[in-house]
Ligand binder design. Structure first.
Ligand SMILES: Nc1ncnc2c1ncn2[C@@H]1O[C@H](COP(=O)(O)OP(=O)(O)OP(=O)(O)O)[C@@H](O)[C@H]1O
Length: 582
């Protein structure tokens, strides 16, 4: 996975086009509300000037009443608009987050298997759930605060110039210095935020692995080690947050210092002008209030700025994922096969995970429709890789794999995989009922089809003993199943899916004889009439196979049926004779 250094920055223009512009309706409504709210906010300082310079000197109690009414109305408007703003913008921001999460998940799930081999699950969870959260600042109240703040500042600036250009000029110097400091600071924080996303993903990734592998950790008494790894992770996260906090607090303190100095100066100049009779008390009061209104949003900018930077940093990472090519990308896969017979031919196929290191080397063989091909060989010889190639999880670097005469790389994944079934060693069962786990590839199957599959895989034998039968919950909140029972559910699922091509990675776990014979029987039913590739560990499966491919360092060193290969007294014979299990 690309590290943060290689990331391209998402630009303002991109964000405008993809995030801001499609929401122009909400954002413009928000803008109108912000304008109303901020204008209403200016009533109070304006009224104060009027009160001091006109109403009080003239003893005008009628005007006083109206002044109070105006202030109350303005306050009510402010409170109503602030409610509406949150309703419109914050809700839309959360909506955007959910849309983005769905988009990122949709993309990630369509990435090639190799991407998942190289990326921790927890890291991906963090990318889907956490990285996109920052965007709420772009659309939500952060946006409102920024636009409202800029607007208020500009209006106040005009009013300030109107009251006293001299004092305004004086006030603007520190504001300009502050602007330069904050721009520099946010440029520095963005990579820090991006790094935070990376650390967060790494820590979450490792934590997920730790919790998932708790048996191994306890079994090797490695708790202390894992605690240390996690502590290091959270410390890195802390250091990262600390770094960004130091920068943001420097911005805030620079603002306080510069703007405080400006206020002191203005008090001096203002006092001097009042004494000379060039400024009224009311003007002075209004000036200080307006100045406060102009400066407050600028102070807030440090906060809003870091929110925006966080949003952009998250988007940088999200964009990186969204730019990773999909498994189906490349434009070759255009052929839709309606009915697959399952004639599979490997012709001179080579494959390498890392360039130059072929793990499958120029292999050729035919797997006729409905036949069973058993892959045997020592560990690391390339059996899983060959099965992965047949499943279209991997693509050959050279040579071709054809299905019914068509190059597999030209067939749409959707049409090929709809006819493919996989039963892997670590049977993947969801939290939920046994029924839902079997129905997973064909949610609309009828009860009769479901029962037939469950029966054929000998699942009913054990579910009938449960009070809830097939509706028994499994996983954390339900019953725990034995390895053999889990395998039978996985087999029932594949029988129900009724694929033309089957990839089977036989579990190596030793089962008791009864379970073993039930699984053998289930597998026999499952393989019947389907083109099957089986990474075989059971002698019974190997004996049934139409052909056995003996794989050695990525080559097929022997090929034939069990008896033929035994007779040959070659590599297969050695494996068979010297090893209890193949
Ligand atoms: N994702 C991967 N990235 C890099 N190398 C890999 C990857 N998966 C497997 N390999 C390497 O490819 C070679 C073949 O692996 P493969 O898993 O196909 O063997 P296998 O015969 O199925 O082994 P086993 O019986 O132990 O499962 C091995 O040397 C392995 O280290």
């Amino acid at each position: 996975m690309a590290k943060s250094k290689k990331l391209k920055n998402v630009t303002l223009a991109q964000v405008f086009k993809t995030i801001i512009w499609p929401r122009k309706k909400y954002l413009s409504m928000g803008l109108v509300l912000i304008i109303i709210s901020r204008l209403a906010g200016l009533v109070l300082p304006g009224a104060s000037k009027y009160l001091i310079d006109d109403v009080i000197p003239k003893n005008d109690s009628t005007m006083l009443k109206w002044l109070i009414v105006a202030i109350v109305v303005a306050i009510v408007i402010q409170s109503v608009t602030s409610f509406a703003l949150t309703q419109i913008l914050s809700v839309e921001a959360q909506h955007l987050i959910s849309q983005l999460r769905a988009k990122v998940q949709r993309h990630i799930i369509q990435l090639p298997i190799r991407f998942f081999d190289n990326t921790k699950t927890g890291e991906l969870v963090s990318r889907i759930m956490t990285d996109v959260e920052g965007v709420r600042n772009l659309v939500g109240t952060g946006f409102a605060q920024m636009v409202g703040g800029v607007l208020t500042s500009v209006i106040c600036l005009v009013l300030l110039i109107y009251i006293s250009p001299l004092m305004t000029g004086f006030a603007l110097i520190p504001v300009a210095i502050f602007g330069v400091i904050s721009l520099k600071a946010f440029g520095r924080i963005r990579p820090i935020f991006r790094e935070r996303g990376v650390i967060n993903a790494e820590v979450t990734g490792r934590l997920t692995e730790t919790l998932g592998g708790v048996r191994v950790i306890k079994g090797f008494n490695a708790e202390e080690q894992e605690i240390k790894v996690f502590e290091n992770g959270v410390t890195r996260l802390f250091q990262n947050v600390k770094q960004s906090l130091t920068t943001t607090s420097m911005v805030t303190s620079a603002a306080t210092l510069l703007l405080g100095l400006a206020s002191a100066g203005i008090m001096g100049i203002g006092g001097y002008l009042i004494m000379k009779g060039e400024l009224t008390f009311g003007d002075f009061l209004a000036f200080t209030l307006y100045l406060g209104f102009m400066i407050a949003p600028i102070l807030q900018m440090s906060n809003i700025g870091s929110q925006f930077t966080e949003a952009f940093a998250g988007l940088d990472r999200t964009e990186e994922i969204l730019n990773t090519p999909l498994e189906s990308d490349g434009g070759h896969r255009t052929l839709t096969l309606e009915n697959i017979h399952g004639n599979i031919v490997f012709d001179n196929v080579s494959f390498a995970y890392e360039s130059g290191k072929d793990v499958v080397k120029e292999i050729s063989f035919q797997a006729p429709a409905g036949s069973v091909t058993a892959l045997v060989g020592t560990s690391g010889s390339g059996k899983t890789t060959i099965a992965g190639l047949a499943a279209s999880f991997l693509n050959p670097d050279s040579g071709t794999i054809t299905v019914d005469g068509h190059d597999l790389q030209t067939i749409t994944l959707q049409s090929y995989r709809s006819q493919l079934g996989v039963v892997l060693q670590d049977d993947f069962l969801f939290e939920g009922t046994i029924r839902n786990n079997i129905l997973f590839p064909r949610p609309n199957a009828t009860e009769a089809q479901l029962m037939a599959a469950a029966q054929a895989a000998h699942v009913l034998e054990f579910t009938n003993r449960f009070p809830d039968g097939l509706d028994t919950l499994i996983g954390e909140r339900g019953v725990k199943l034995s390895g053999g029972q889990r395998q039978r559910i996985a087999i029932a699922r594949a029988i129900l899916a009724d694929p033309r091509i089957l990839i089977l990675d036989e579990a190596t776990s030793n089962l008791d004889t009864e379970s073993e014979s039930l699984i053998q029987a289930s597998l026999k039913t499952l393989m019947q009439g389907r083109t099957t590739f089986v990474i075989a560990h059971r002698l019974s499966t190997i004996r049934q196979a139409d052909q056995i491919l003996v794989i050695e360092q990525g080559h097929i060193v022997e090929q034939g049926r069990h008896e033929e290969l035994l007779e040959k007294q070659g590599r297969y014979y050695q494996l068979y004779t010297y090893q209890a299990r193949i």
